[in-house]
Design a binder for this molecule. Structure first.
Ligand SMILES: Cc1cc2nc3c(=O)[nH]c(=O)nc-3n(C[C@H](O)[C@H](O)[C@H](O)COP(=O)(O)OP(=O)(O)OC[C@H]3O[C@@H](n4cnc5c(N)ncnc54)[C@H](O)[C@@H]3O)c2cc1C
Length: 430
């Protein structure tokens, strides 16, 4: 069988390996680190004294049911059942009042109507504005040609959204979905999230959360059913050119190649890098001596911490701040104090709880910034070298930088390889 080499064992490289491997290609995947998953992974953090080391996710990763390629990839690995879906989104105000968004009986796009009308965190004027904007989004999605040039905030202001609606609804959903603030985010991405997640189908919004640490989704077991896919760990690719991959000073050759490395690493292997900027994400892991909430997750309104995920019996919480530039200069202790201060406003039990331990993970290069006029900077799957394809969440996958975008890019690279090799295949779903 023809042979393909892949540089990078994040979701993009893994998706390409799974697709081509299942179709009988001999696949060798080279990963610089000792584990798979790239940015969507988990690792053990050292424990103090007699404690067992804790395995934590790099950061809580969530998906929506409309991430059909990511779900297809999990299916290929036999781990699809490890994703637990939630139908309720909990919006909490400081003080603890909870509003729930969930679908009712009406068909899309009216499936949220009942729950939305009952949400106490929005006034009548907020709700009327949001409803008007959602209908406009549905109409303008295919008609407007400037959505990559204007910011989502520009568009929301055009639609005369109230400050509350912007902060508590649009910002709360979109900043975490796209990892960029509304004034720096191209409207085209906001449109896509709302169209696929909230308007086009009734279940697209359901939130999927892995029930195991991320790293356990891509273990050796999952790859055993594809014996022709070989993983090489701690094996950085040093150079990529038309003759092949340079690894440990040796040239390794194959019929086809895929580069699935992050864009900021391309120059280190001799490939041109796109002129994209980064946007950071900060994750805060907190372990308390007692249960502080029974909610499985919640979006926290009007404060710095944006989302709370209940990782274990209400005692281990993970908080996420996307587009977290404001936290960059803060120390670990300052961020933990900020997080505890925020949590006390939402969950009164935090006042009495003792914080047993905490971790702060600042990812300065979490994703590229989905700013206006960025789409044209994202390369497609083809590179200047005919046998080399590009993959990664930064390529033009049709999605912003997400796990779904990464998997789509891997499938697109695999399709391109299959096509030029005379055995066309369709891997992309939807
Ligand atoms: C903190 C954080 C939170 C996030 N939350 C979400 C979320 O909730 N939902 C969501 O959908 N997305 C989320 N994302 C985005 C998501 O993680 C990424 O979009 C996706 O994982 C990118 O996959 P990738 O394969 O394109 O790149 P990567 O995961 O970066 O994979 C690239 C791989 O290449 C390897 N590599 C680098 N150099 C070399 C070399 N020279 N040789 C060999 N290998 C090399 C790297 O070690 C890495 O494993 C989050 C990202 C971060 C950082």
């Amino acid at each position: 069988m023809a042979k393909v080499l892949i540089a990078g064992g994040g979701l993009a490289g893994l998706a390409a390996a799974a697709a081509l491997g299942r179709d009988g290609w001999e696949v060798d995947l080279y990963e610089a680190r000792p584990f798979l998953g790239g940015r969507a992974t988990s690792y053990a953090v050292p424990a103090g004294g007699e404690e067992v080391p804790e395995t934590i996710d790099n950061c809580q990763h969530v998906l929506l049911r409309c991430c059909v390629n990511l779900l297809d990839f999990y299916q290929r690995l036999g781990v699809r059942e490890r994703i637990r879906f939630f139908r309720e989104f909990y919006f909490i105000e400081p003080g603890g009042r909870i509003s729930v968004l969930k679908r009712g009986r009406l068909p899309a796009p009216f499936h949220f109507t009942g729950a939305f009308l009952g949400m106490k965190c929005f006034s009548r004027a907020d709700k009327a504005g949001i409803a008007r904007a959602l209908l406009a989004l549905r109409r303008e999605r295919t008609r407007r040609k400037d959505l990559d040039r204007i910011s989502m905030l520009d568009w929301l202001l055009q639609k005369r959204q109230t400050p509350h609606a912007i902060d508590r609804f649009w910002r709360q959903v979109l900043v975490s979905a796209i990892n960029e603030d509304l004034d720096r985010m191209a409207a085209v991405h906001g449109f896509q999230v709302f169209w696929l997640g909230f308007l086009s189908t009734a279940d697209g919004y359901e939130m999927g959360i892995p029930s195991v640490p991320l790293g356990q989704l891509y273990t050796a077991d999952a790859w055993r059913r594809m014996p022709n896919v070989r993983m090489h760990f701690r094996t950085p690719v040093e150079r990529i050119d038309a003759s092949g991959f340079l690894i440990d000073g040796q040239l390794v050759t194959a019929d086809r190649y895929i580069c699935a490395m992050p864009f900021e690493k391309l120059e280190s292997v001799g490939l041109p890098a796109p002129n994209l900027q980064h946007s950071p994400i900060t994750g805060v892991h907190l372990w308390f001596d007692r249960e502080v909430t029974t909610l499985p997750h919640a979006t926290l309104l009007d404060r710095t911490m944006q989302w709370m995920f209940n990782k274990e019996n209400g005692r281990y919480l993970q908080l996420v701040v996307s587009a977290s530039r404001d936290l960059t200069a803060l120390s670990r202790k300052e961020i933990i104090d900020l997080a505890i201060g925020d949590l006390r406003l939402f969950f009164p039990r935090v006042h009495d709880a003792v914080l047993l331990k905490a971790h702060v993970v600042k990812e300065q290069r979490a994703t590229f910034s989905a700013a206006p006029e960025t789409e044209s900077l994202r390369p497609g799957v083809e590179s200047a070298i005919p046998t080399l394809k590009l993959a990664g969440d930064w390529t033009r996958s049709g999605w912003p930088a997400t796990m779904e975008g990464a998997v789509r890019s891997g499938y697109l690279a695999a399709e391109s390889i299959a096509k030029v090799s005379g055995k066309p295949a369709v891997y992309l779903v939807g």
